[in-house]
Design a protein around this ligand. Sequence first.
Ligand code: TLP
Length: 344
Amino acid sequence: MDIVDLRSDTVTQPTPAMREAMAKAEVGDDVFGEDPTINRLQEMAAERMGKEAGLFVPSGTMGNLLAILTHCNRGDEALMGHLGHTFLFEAGGMSALGSVFAHTLPNQPDGSLKLDDIRAGIRGSDIHEPITRLIILENTQNRCGGVVLSADYTRQVGALAKKNGLKLHLDGARIFNAAVAQGVEAGELAAPADSVTFCLSKGLCAPVGSVLCGSKDFIDKARRLRKQLGGGMRQAGILAAAGIVALEQMIDRLAEDHQRAKRLAERLSVVKGLELTFGMPQTNMVFVNLTAGHPKSAEQVEAELAKEKVLVEVAGPGAFRLVTHFWINDEDAERTVQAFKRVI
Ligand code: TLP
C-alpha cells in the first residue's frame, strides 16, 4: 500500500512531463545569464506576475530573503503578520543576514493585517526609532488555514504603502492557489506589490525552485545578492525546465486539490474527537484539531497514523495540517478519514 503523504505540498514529486522536459533541457551558465531555459522561465514568471523581470531562486525562503535584503538597509524595519512564514519559518534570515528588524502585527482570521494596525505600526521620523521600510503580505496565508487575500485588499495595502513611502512584498508561495480559488489572474493579486515570490515546488510539483519578480532595477540588485548568498546556479536550466511545465500545465488543475481538500474537511469534521480548526478550507490546506480533553496527543496520533501509512503534519498542540496535492486522489483521502477514525 502506498504512503498517503499529506504533510505538505512540498512533498510533491515531479510529473513525467517534467522529467522529460528536464532530460531535454537546453542549458548554459546562468551566472553569465546564458541559460536559455532559465531565461525563458524568468520571462514567463515575470509576465504572469505583471512585473518587468524575474529571478530563479532555489527556494521560497531565499526569494523572500532576497526581497527583504533588496528593499531594506541594515536596521530598517519590516511589518509582517505574526503568523507569516517569513516571521515563523525562515530561520530569522532577515535578522541574521540583513539586520532587518521584524515588527509583527496580528494576522486576522482571514489572513489579512488590519489597515489600522499597519498605519499604527509605521514609525515616524524620531531618531530613537528604526526606519519602517517594508510591508510583507502572504497569499495564500498558510498558518491562517491557507486562506486567500483578495486583490482589493492587496490594493488597499499597496496604496497605504505608497502613501507612506514603503515597499510592499508579497510572499506568494501559493499565489496560484489563491488565484484559482478566486477566479482571478495571479498578476492581479501581485499588481499592488513591488515584489512577489512564488513557488514552483509546492502544488505545482516542480522539484526545486521559486521565482522572485519585480522591476528590472530591483531584480538586478537581487541577482547580485543571490550571488553573495551563494545562490548563483550554473546549468540549472535542468530545474527551470520543470518550472516551465509547472506554469504551463499545473495551474488550472489546482482547483481539483481545493475540491478534494473541501471533501476531506467535510468527512473529517464528522469524525468523533476531531474538529475543523479554521472552518472549511479555501484552498488546499485542511487544519483539524483534537477536541478538548482528548486523551491522545497530536504526536501520538501522528505516529499511529504513520503506522497506517498516512502522513500528516502536527501544527501545534492537538492540531494537524493536511495538504492536498497532485499525488493525492479520492481513495487516498478516504483512506485518511478511515485511518483517523481508527486512531482516535
Ligand atoms: N512552507 C512549508 C514549510 O516551510 C512550513 C510548508 O510545508 O508549508 N512562504 C510560504 C507561505 C510557505 O508556506 C513556504 C514553505 C515558504 C515561503 C518557503 O518555501 P521553501 O520551502 O521553498 O523555502
